[in-house]
Design a protein around this ligand. Sequence first.
Ligand code: NAD
Length: 732
Amino acid sequence: MADFTYSVDADGVAILTWDCPGKSMNVMTREAFALVSEMIDAALADPAVKGIIVTSGKDTFAGGMDLNVLARIREEAGDNPAQALFDFTMSGHHILRKLERAGMDAKTLKGAKPVVCAIPGTSAGIGTEVALACHRRIMADNPKAKIGLPEILVGLFPGGGGTTRYSRMVGAMAAAPVLLEGKMLDPKAAKAAGLIDEVVAPDQLLVRAKEWLLAATDADCVKPWDQKGWKMPGGAPYHPAGFMTFVGAAAMVHGKTQGVYPAAKALLSAVYEGALVPFDTALRIEARWFTSLLMNPSSSAMIRSLFLNKEALEKGANRPNVADQRVAKVGILGAGMMGAGIAYVSALAGIEVVLIDAGQDAADRGKAYSEGLLDKGMKRGRVSAAKKAEVLGRITATTDYAALAGCDLVVEAVFEDPGVKAGVTAKAEAVIPAGAIFATNTSTLPITDLAKASARPEQFIGIHFFSPVDKMMLVEIIKGKQTGDVAVAKALDFVRQIRKTPIVVNDARFFYANRCIIPYINEGIRMVAEGVAPALVENAARLLGFPVGPLQLVDETSIDLGVKIARATRAAMGDAYPDDAVDAVLFAMADAGRLGRKAGAGFYAYDDKGGRLGLWDGLGGHWPVAAEQPELSEVQHRLMMAQVLEAVRALEEGVLEDIREGDVGAILGWGFAPWSGGPFSWLDIIGAARAVAICDGLAAHGARFNAPALLREMAARGESFYHRFGAGAKAA
Ligand code: NAD
């Protein structure tokens, strides 16, 4: 069966139905594009056809372009991939332009066959771009449906004409939320945003589409930009209003992206330059910018990490081959910040939850956390009263361990204390079924050590969530020495149920994410101690594309937590402990009661409502800013290498087994410069040799910048990580 089918009904309406066999969502491929082109030709050539309805055989419209296609075109093109990508993009423009003009006479603007897009549900990317090429867009009032052009979120921009068409439909300013932020809109919001024309009851979708089509006039089938005297809404760049818009947009984009996301720049350039020329030339310009973006290593890395690899991990790329381990009933020990969050995401996913704390009050407070989040959702119109009751009905808050009977998974989130953890492990294991899996959410304690408290260590595993649990998409699964395959599969199936992204790592101090985040924070603090201007430290990080600088990050996670971790690490490492300089600052801040945002005082100053005001002006009194400041690039190299080298060491030591997990985990876990695709992708972009040279240049700062042997070896051989370790390849 083909991806599109073609039929003509008794009233002469040609129906192009998109329905990729065996897929839950339609995605566009090269073959499908060629097929739809033939079908458009057939409909336009057939005198019996009065018009065309483009629709979907599924309850959604389309998920977008198959991004593997773009990678394949680049690979197949040999010496001139840019030309192949440009030609492919232009061929798409020709097809959609043919659909848009639909046989219209260029002089009289008459004679086009009406084309209407009937959108039953969610539509993204190329799906929405096909819709935009139609003369009218009618969408079903489907509560789950969203429509938009989210390409920017994977490092692209809408390159199938969507950028040019939508900006010309509503103006550059109004198009910004959809194009620049990748916002997906529900049908009503999409109508308000001019993305679609009508919202109808789902059972009326095709009826209404046909009614419009049969009544359509010549004027209904001419796009505004094909009419004489058309002017860009909101003004083209040289119009006074347009000038303001574009100047503002350029500043806003730069402010938000710090200039590190090529997609945002390319998008804005395509809109700006396209607005100055006729429509068909604008499409060519869009295609050139799109090609330049596809040739930029940042966008390939973003697509690879944020789309292809993320999806592969979510689908269980590293799942052991054992039977389905979906969770029916989960027990959560400890109803504090983390336990309450884990209870919420589990209940939301339809899992029965037993939430246990030492006192009933604490258990109830944990459940009330879910209620608070559901109430927020209700206020925003996203959660119904029935849904709230249903989700809360799944959570039993209690102190009674007997309630854990029948739980197939337990997640422990009590105090970070091995003794307390051992106690609750034994109590839970006395009740849960023999086959149940026991997971700990510890952030610092070795899984293998905690497993000693378990009578069944092969069923003991780490499932490490990030805070706040409902927002953070990464879950780190940690295998202890004795953890078995069923436990890994259970953890992965659980993470899939709650719709988060898993990485699976081996047991080592701080696992993977914290192992990299802590040196980043520490490097920032160390520089403050050395007299580097705190603003230089923070801005250097932001200019690298990190969402928050190290000092802001430690304020958010709290300085007392930093102190606790430092003490525990020192106790474990003894004389080898390398972070005295950091501790001097951290402990002084803690002694002064500047514990971070929660205390309203940290490296930053805060107002009464917790709003960040700026770096604390008292920092200079404690750690005077040196007269001579390092180059920005040196500060950046220190911040970057502090994290990246840990990622390489984690791979070298076998803590990480798959570089895809290292990259995806870094972006989702701590916001590692998403434009780079993650630490390994970043190293591939700059090359191992350059990375080693940077390390050598930082040698004076300490042994932590010594290039790992693996990196040196790769530099000598001219290897890249993705070439050497490829998708799914095991560590060295
Ligand atoms: P928390 O202090 O907010 O909550 C711990 C809860 O456990 C409290 O409600 C406490 O009453 C309960 N508790 C303590 N002893 C108990 C016992 N014997 N029986 C039943 N309940 C008991 O702590 P948290 O921030 O939610 O952290 C919990 C765990 O998650 C820790 O291991 C921590 O390292 C880990 N973790 C924390 C974060 C974070 O950002 N806070 C992130 C990842 C992992």
